[in-house]
Design a protein around this ligand. Structure first.
Ligand SMILES: C[S@@+](CC[C@H](N)C(=O)[O-])C[C@H]1O[C@@H](n2cnc3c(N)ncnc32)[C@H](O)[C@@H]1O
Length: 445
C-alpha cells in the first residue's frame, strides 16, 4: 500500500522557486535551479510526509529557531581543518597579529577575535594557537575568542574540541603533538590552555544581531568569515559584509576565504595584499563603528551617488539602457552611475553585472571588471559571454591558466547550443561565431 510520501507529486518549479527564496531569506544561502535537488533532499529528510509537504509546512509561518537549526543541519557545508589556507595564517602570524597585539598592548591589553561561520572550531583554535605563540604575556590579557555558527551539531563538536586526524591534514605532526592530547578513540583533545577565552555560540548571519556595536558590545579586532559567504545569495552576502564592517574595529582586520578574496562584494573594505593572501581592512573613509549603514553600501558597494538615481524609481532596464547609451558616447562616469543604480534596483540580474564589467574595463579598472564578471557568473553560471570575457581579461592580465579554464567553460557551454543560437545578453552574437572566435584564439585580445 503506497504511503503519502510515495504518492506526493514532486515539488514543481513554483514551489521550489518559493522555497529557495525562503532559504535565502532566512539563512542567506543560495540555491539556484541547478541545486534544487539539494533542497528536495533536505526537505525529504525533514518530513516523512514528503518534500513538497515539508516545504509548504515550513513556509506557512516564519521559521522557529529549531526549524532554522534543522534546515542548517541539512543544507550547510561542514568542510574545515586546522590552519586551512596556510597563507592566510602566515599573514596573520607574521604581519596582522603582531601589529594588532602591539597596538592593543598600549591600550588595555584586550583582543577580540570572531570566527563567523566557525563550523567545528578548527579555525578559531588555530588563531588561539597563534596567539599563544605570539604572546608570552597572554595571561595578562583579556582575550575573547568567539566562534559562531548556525549549525548546532558543528557547534557541539567545536565545544568538545576533540578532533580526528583528518582535521590536522594541513599541519605538521609536531603542532598536533604540542597542542593536543594523545588520541583517545581516534580523537585528540585540544590543550586546556588553548580554550582560555574561547566561546562558541549559535548565530545566524542572515538573521541575528552581530556581536559588536549592534549588540551593544565593543568592536572586533579580527573577524574571520571564511568560506561562508560564498554559499550566500549575493545580496545576502553584501548585507552580511556590511554588518561585519560595522562590527570591526577601525584598525581591525577581516579575513575571507581564498575563493572569496577579490570578489566585488568586498569593495566596502580595503584589500591588503600579503605574499600569498589577500586580507581586508576598513577603508579610511569608513563610517565609525556601529554607524547606521549608508544606503549605497547595501547594494554591493555601488558609488555613493547611486541611491539618488535609484530613488528616481526608474526601472532597472531603463537605467541599463541609459548606461549603455552613455558608454557608447564615451561618458563612462555616467554609464557607471546608471549601471550601479540599475544593479541597486535589481541585484540578481547577471546581465547588469556583465554590463558593469564592460564599463569598468573601458575605465581601465580591469581588476574590478573581473570581480563584476565573477558576480555575473555567480548569478548565472551558464552565462557564456561572461566566461569568455573573463577568459580574455585573465589572459590579458597574464593569468594564462585561469584564462584557459574560463575559455574551456565557455566552449563547454557552447556545445549545448546550435551554431545559429543567439547567445543570452549578447546583443546578437551567435553561438557558432563565438566558438569560432575562441578556436581562432581571439580571446587573447
Ligand atoms: C565551509 S564551512 C567554513 C568553516 C571555516 N570558516 C573555514 O573556512 O574552514 C561554512 C560554515 O558556515 C556556516 N554557515 C552557513 N550559513 C550560515 C549562516 N546563515 N549563519 C552562520 N553560519 C552559517 C556553516 O554551518 C558552516 O559551518
Amino acid at each position: 500500500m503506497p504511503n503519502d510520501r510515495d504518492t506526493e507529486a514532486a515539488p514543481d518549479d513554483a514551489l521550489l522557486t518559493a522555497f529557495s527564496g525562503y532559504i535565502t531569506q532566512h539563512l542567506g544561502l543560495h540555491f539556484p535551479r541547478g541545486q534544487w535537488a539539494e533542497l528536495v533532499r533536505a526537505a525529504l529528510a525533514l518530513d516523512s510526509a514528503g518534500a513538497g509537504a515539508c516545504m509548504r509546512r515550513l513556509m506557512a509561518a516564519p521559521p522557529t529557531r529549531g526549524q532554522i537549526e534543522q534546515l542548517a543541519g541539512q543544507l550547510t557545508v561542514g568542510e574545515t581543518y586546522f590552519f586551512r589556507e596556510p597563507a592566510v595564517f602566515d599573514a596573520l602570524e607574521h604581519e596582522v597579529l603582531p601589529a594588532l597585539i602591539a597596538a592593543r598592548r598600549a591600550a588595555g591589553r584586550t583582543l577580540r577575535v570572531w570566527s563567523a561561520g566557525c563550523c567545528t572550531g578548527e579555525e578559531l583554535y588555530s588563531v588561539a594557537i597563534l596567539l599563544q605563540r605570539l604572546m608570552p604575556d597572554l595571561a595578562d590579557w583579556r582575550i575573547s575568542l568567539l566562534g559562531t555558527d548556525v549549525n548546532p551539531v558543528f557547534l557541539r563538536k567545536a565545544e568538545q574540541g576533540r578532533y580526528r586526524d583528518w582535521s590536522f591534514r594541513a599541519v605538521p605532526a609536531w603542532l598536533r603533538q604540542r597542542h593536543f592530547g594523545p588520541p583517545q578513540d581516534g580523537l585528540r583533545a585540544i590543550a586546556p590552555a588553548l580554550r582560555r577565552g574561547v566561546r562558541f555560540d549559535y548565530l545566524n548571519l542572515a538573521a541575528d544581531l552581530f556581536p559588536g556595536p549592534e549588540a551593544g558590545a565593543p568592536t572586533m579586532d579580527l573577524i574571520l568569515c571564511r568560506n561562508v559567504l560564498m554559499y550566500f545569495e549575493p545580496a545576502s552576502a553584501a548585507r552580511a559584509l556590511q554588518r561585519l564592517g560595522r562590527a570591526l574595529a577601525p584598525d581591525g582586520w577581516l579575513a575571507v576565504g581564498m575563493a572569496e578574496a577579490g570578489h566585488a562584494l568586498l569593495t566596502p573594505f580595503e584589500p591588503v595584499r600579503f605574499p600569498a593572501a589577500l586580507l581586508y581592512r576598513q577603508r579610511p573613509d569608513a563610517p565609525p563603528p556601529g554607524a547606521a549603514p549608508a544606503a549605497a553600501s547595501v547594494s554591493c558597494a555601488v558609488p555613493a551617488a547611486v541611491p539618488m538615481l535609484a530613488a528616481s524609481a526608474e526601472p532597472a532596464p531603463a537605467l541599463a539602457l541609459r548606461a549603455r547609451l552613455s558608454a557608447d558616447r564615451g561618458l563612462l562616469d555616467d554609464a557607471s552611475l546608471c549601471c550601479a543604480a540599475a544593479i541597486a534596483t535589481d541585484k540578481c540580474d547577471p546581465a547588469l553585472r556583465y554590463l558593469r564589467a564592460l564599463i569598468l574595463e573601458e575605465q581601465g579598472r580591469s581588476g574590478e571588471a573581473i570581480g563584476a564578471l565573477k558576480d555575473a557568473l555567480y548569478l548565472d553560471p551558464d552565462f557564456v559571454l561572461a566566461h569568455f570575457t573573463l577568459g580574455s581579461l585573465c589572459r590579458r592580465n597574464g593569468a594564462a591558466r585561469e584564462a584557459q579554464r574560463h575559455f574551456a567553460n565557455a566552449l563547454e557551454l557552447l556545445r549545448g547550443h546550435a551554431p545559429d543560437d543567439v547567445l543570452a545578453h549578447s546583443g546578437g552574437v551567435r553561438a557558432g561565431e563565438l566558438a569560432d572566435l575562441m578556436r581562432a584564439g581571439a580571446g587573447a585580445t
